[in-house]
Ligand binder design. Structure first.
Ligand code: KG4
Ligand code: ZN
Length: 326
C-alpha cells in the first residue's frame, strides 16, 4: 500500500507524518512554536519561518525512524504549498521538493484547506462523497460542498473575520493569553452565557459568516463582567452563528453527512451543537479526532494519498502561494 510523507509549515506548527493509502498513520511528529510567539501575542511570520527551518529536517528524520522506513520506501512526498504565511510555506515546499528530487519520488503540492477538508476521511473510512464541510480555522470560515478529491464548491465564506480569529482576539481582550481558542473554551466551561451579544447574519438567506461585530461587542463589555461569563457568552454566540448558517446550507444541498474540520472543530461546544444539528436534519455527523483538527502533517499526507491515488502529482517548479482558494 502506497506510503506518503507529508510536510506542514504554513502557520506556527512544523510537522511531518507518514500515512498510507490504507489510512494507517505510521508516524506523525509535530513541533509547536507557541513559546516563541507568546511574547508578541500572536504569530510573527519571520520568527515562524526561521523556526520551521530549524525544526523540519529533524522532524522528517524522526518520523521516518518512528515508522521504521527510509526515504526510499516512501511513494510520494506531499507538502503544503499554501495558503499561509509565505515564508513558512516556502520552507516546507522547498524541503518537499528537495526530498522528492533526491529520492526520485513524485511531489504532491497540497492546498492546506484541502488537507483540512479531506482529514475526516482519514479518520472515517465510511465517509463518502458528497458531504457538507464546515471548515473553521484561524484563517478561514467556510461551508464547502465536497463532491470528490479536487472537487470543492464553496457555498459560503466569512465577510470579515474567521471564527478562530474571533476566539483568539477574545482571548487577548480577556487576558487569557495565546493561543486563544482552547483558553476561551476552558474559561467558558466555568462561566454562564448570560451576557447579550449579537449574532451577525443569523436569519439571512445566504449562509455567509461575519464575526467582526461580535468581536467589537465583546471589546465593549470585556471589562464589565467576569472573564468566564464573557467567554461563555462569546462562545455561545459563535456556536449559534455556526449552527444557523450551517442549517441554511444544509437546506440548499443534498448530502450524506455534515462534517466539521479546522482548529475550531476542536471546540467541544461547537462539535456538540453540530452533532445535534445533524441529528435534527437526518444526516450523519463526522468530526476528526481532536489532534487531527488543528494543524498537523497527517492531514497533508492523507490529502497527498488521496491525490496520489487519483493520479495527481506536481512539477518541481510548483509555486508557494500565500493565497490559494480551494
Ligand atoms: O486549523 P488551525 O490549527 O490553523 C489554521 O489553519 O488556522 O486553527 C487554529 C485556530 C486558532 O484560531 C485557534 O484559536 C482555534 O483554531 N482553536 C480553537 C480551539 N482549538 C484551536 N478555537 C476554539 N476552541 C478550541 N478548543
Ligand atoms: Zn489549518
Amino acid at each position: 500500500m502506497a506510503l506518503i510523507l507529508g510536510l506542514e509549515s504554513s502557520c506556527d506548527e512544523t510537522a511531518a507524518a507518514l500515512v498510507s493509502c490504507a489510512r494507517e498513520v505510521r508516524a506523525h511528529r509535530l513541533a509547536r512554536q507557541e513559546a516563541q510567539h507568546r511574547p508578541y501575542g500572536g504569530v510573527v511570520p519571520e520568527i515562524a519561518a526561521r523556526a520551521h527551518v530549524e525544526a523540519l529536517g529533524p522532524l522528517v528524520e524522526a518520523a521516518l525512524a518512528d515508522a521504521g522506513v527510509s526515504l526510499n520506501d516512501v511513494d510520494a512526498i506531499a507538502a503544503t504549498a499554501g495558503p499561509g504565511l509565505i515564508g513558512g510555506v516556502m520552507v516546507g515546499l522547498v524541503t518537499g521538493k528537495a526530498l522528492a528530487l533526491a529520492a526520485g519520488k513524485p511531489l504532491i503540492a497540497v492546498n492546506h484547506l484541502e488537507g483540512h477538508a479531506l482529514s475526516p476521511r482519514l479518520a472515517d473510512p465510511d465517509l463518502g462523497f458528497p458531504y457538507l464541510l464546515l471548515l473553521v480555522s484561524g484563517g478561514h470560515c467556510q461551508l464547502l460542498l465536497v463532491e470528490g478529491v479536487g472537487a470543492y464548491r464553496r457555498l459560503a465564506t466569512t465577510i470579515d473575520d474567521a471564527a478562530g480569529e474571533a476566539f483568539d482576539k477574545t482571548a487577548k481582550m480577556l487576558g487569557l493569553g495565546f493561543p486563544g481558542g482552547p483558553a476561551v473554551e476552558e474559561a467558558a466551561s466555568r462561566g454562564t452565557p448570560r451576557i447579550p451579544l449579537p449574532r451577525p447574519l443569523v436569519g439571512s438567506g445566504e449562509p455567509h459568516f461575519s464575526f467582526a461585530g461580535l468581536k467589537s461587542a465583546v471589546a465593549r463589555i470585556a471589562n464589565d463582567y467576569p472573564p468566564e461569563d464573557v467567554a461563555a457568552s462569546f462562545q455561545q454566540a459563535v456556536v449559534d452563528c455556526l449552527i444557523d448558517r450551517t442549517r441554511i446550507a444544509l437546506g440548499k444541498v443534498k448530502v450524506l453527512a455534515l462534517v466539521v474540520a479546522g482548529g475550531v472543530a476542536a471546540n467541544r461546544a461547537v462539535r456538540g451543537a453540530l452533532q445535534e444539528l445533524a441529528a435534527e436534519q437526518g444526516v450523519r455527523f463526522v468530526a476528526p479526532p481532536l489532534w487531527l483538527c488543528t494543524d498537523n502533517a497527517a492531514m497533508i499526507a492523507w490529502a497527498g494519498a488521496e491525490r496520489f491515488a487519483a493520479g495527481f502529482s506536481d512539477p518541481l517548479d510548483v509555486p508557494a502561494r500565500a493565497r490559494w482558494p480551494l
